[in-house]
Design a protein around this ligand. Structure first.
Ligand code: GLA
Length: 445
């Protein structure tokens, strides 16, 4: 829906309000660097043309009232207070609650203004394109619009991205900061290389004659629903691995070396080379599978303490965690991100395509975040003429991102319609793919 129609709808729903202000927050497509962000390692996403749009105005009753143009999302109202209780798991208003509470905390709010918000979106949900973080960012910008006007206070974009990455943990997923950074710091025609802790952004120009195409596997991956524990198994496994690697570092070098996250191996005091980090990780985790009891024995802790300290609700898989394979993915994917950034700068599309393919295999075999539909779709994309194709985002369903020479996009989409999508009915005006318009980050309109 266009912004004019959104304003008209807002005025019809909230006739007593001031004329609304508007903002937009795009979805993101991660080109490469999956499940690296929460380990403090870099990723390379772009902001896309599809976006969440909101109209908003202050309300003087201290309540936040949300409406959505999509009737699947029911109206919600909540009191804005220092501690906002979440609605039942999966409720859409939790993303808005996360944003409001995150900003209240970041700005140390003492007064809690009300707001009316009308949301519209043309981003598919549960497709690995960050529709939920786009909602968090759009509602945060709306709330900041109301809050800053009332308090003459502000947050810059980097601070806001860091604040919202933490804030989104409110919904139960232990994500990193990639989505919020890409959504806030995207730039038309550029990929965004994002480094973390602290957040740093480098904009890298895209290659002119290659298109980025995202194709939906039509397997829904709901990170606050079915996929919640599957997603959180990633961060939990990495926390376990970090504890073991830290232990190994202390054995090798003595002293009281602290490893907050795996990325600290390459940065900060340690500054290991890729080879050193690899060798250290492999010697810290020598077996294909590591049980909670193994970790306890190694660290001198009870299994109970290991579970409480690092796992939370994530269950131990039969036979133990595949920590060694997880680390192989993290280490090799980090190198692929660096090489992909260099390939973009050098205009080497074929090299980038090869990195996409290698990343997909690593995500599927070592990090175990693929599924049969994603594997089949990535293969179909390659067969249809992509230079490379890989799952994008959290995984477990959602989309595949492909790199396609611009003069071959038409034949690529035609081939896919006749292969992967052959038996799947879809509306011509809403095809399950999108040729990505690499766009600017979120803005007021
Ligand atoms: C989700 C999370 C991100 C990131 C990706 C995987 O999108 O929100 O923080 O971990 O999965 O790369």
């Amino acid at each position: 829906m266009g912004f004019d129609a959104l304003v008209r709808q807002f005025e019809a729903l909230f006739p007593a309000c001031d004329p609304p202000r508007l903002c937009r927050a795009p979805g993101r497509v991660n080109l490469i660097g999956e499940h690296l962000d929460y380990n403090g390692l870099p990723v390379l996403p772009v902001a896309m043309g599809e976006e969440v749009r909101v109209a908003f105005a202050p309300a003087d009753d201290g309540r936040i009232e949300l409406r959505n143009m999509n009737p699947a999302y029911a109206t919600a109202v909540f009191a804005n207070t220092a501690e906002i209780p979440p609605s039942d798991g999966g409720a859409w208003e939790n993303y808005v609650k996360a944003a409001v509470q995150g900003i209240n905390r970041a700005l140390d709010a003492k007064a809690f203004p009300g707001m009316k918000l009308l949301v519209d979106s043309n981003l598919p949900a549960h497709a690995g394109l960050s529709s939920s973080s786009a909602l968090v960012v759009a509602s945060a910008m709306a709330y900041l619009g109301v809050f800053e006007a009332a308090h003459a206070i502000s947050l810059d974009r980097i601070a806001l991205a860091e604040c919202l990455a933490r804030a989104e943990h409110y919904v139960g997923t232990q994500g990193g900061g990639m989505d919020q950074a890409a959504i806030l710091c995207g730039k038309r025609g550029h990929a965004v290389k994002v480094d973390f802790f602290p957040l740093r952004i480098e904009r890298v120009p895209m290659i002119n004659d290659v298109a980025v195409v995202v194709c939906d596997s039509l397997v829904s991956a709901n990170k606050t629903g079915d996929a919640l524990l599957k997603y959180n198994a990633g961060p939990a496994s990495c926390r376990l691995a970090t504890a073991l690697v830290e232990h190994q570092l202390r054995e090798d070098f003595g002293g009281d070396i602290q490893l907050k996250r795996l990325g600290d191996l390459w940065y900060g005091h340690l500054c290991l080379t890729h080879q050193e980090a690899h060798d250290l990780c492999m010697s810290a985790i020598p077996d294909a599978r590591t049980t909670v009891a193994d970790v306890g024995r190694r660290l001198g802790l009870t299994a109970e303490t290991v579970r409480e300290t690092w796992l939370g609700a994530v269950p131990e898989p039969q036979g133990g965690f595949r920590l060694r394979a997880r680390l192989r993915h993290i280490i090799s994917e980090f190198r692929r991100v660096e090489t992909a950034r260099d390939a973009l700068l050098a205009g080497e599309a074929e090299m980038l395509g090869e990195l996409f393919n290698a990343s997909h295999i690593s995500c599927a075999e070592d990090y175990e975040i693929s599924c049969p539909a994603l594997d089949a779709l990535a293969a179909a994309c390659r067969d249809a003429g992509a230079l490379g194709a890989r799952l994008t985002g959290a995984g477990f369903g959602g989309a595949v991102v492909s790199l396609v020479p611009c003069d071959r996009t038409e034949s690529f989409l035609k081939a896919l319609a006749g292969s992967f999508y052959r038996r799947i009915p879809f509306l011509a005006e809403r095809p399950p793919w999108s040729v990505v318009r690499v766009s600017n980050g979120a803005s007021y309109v």
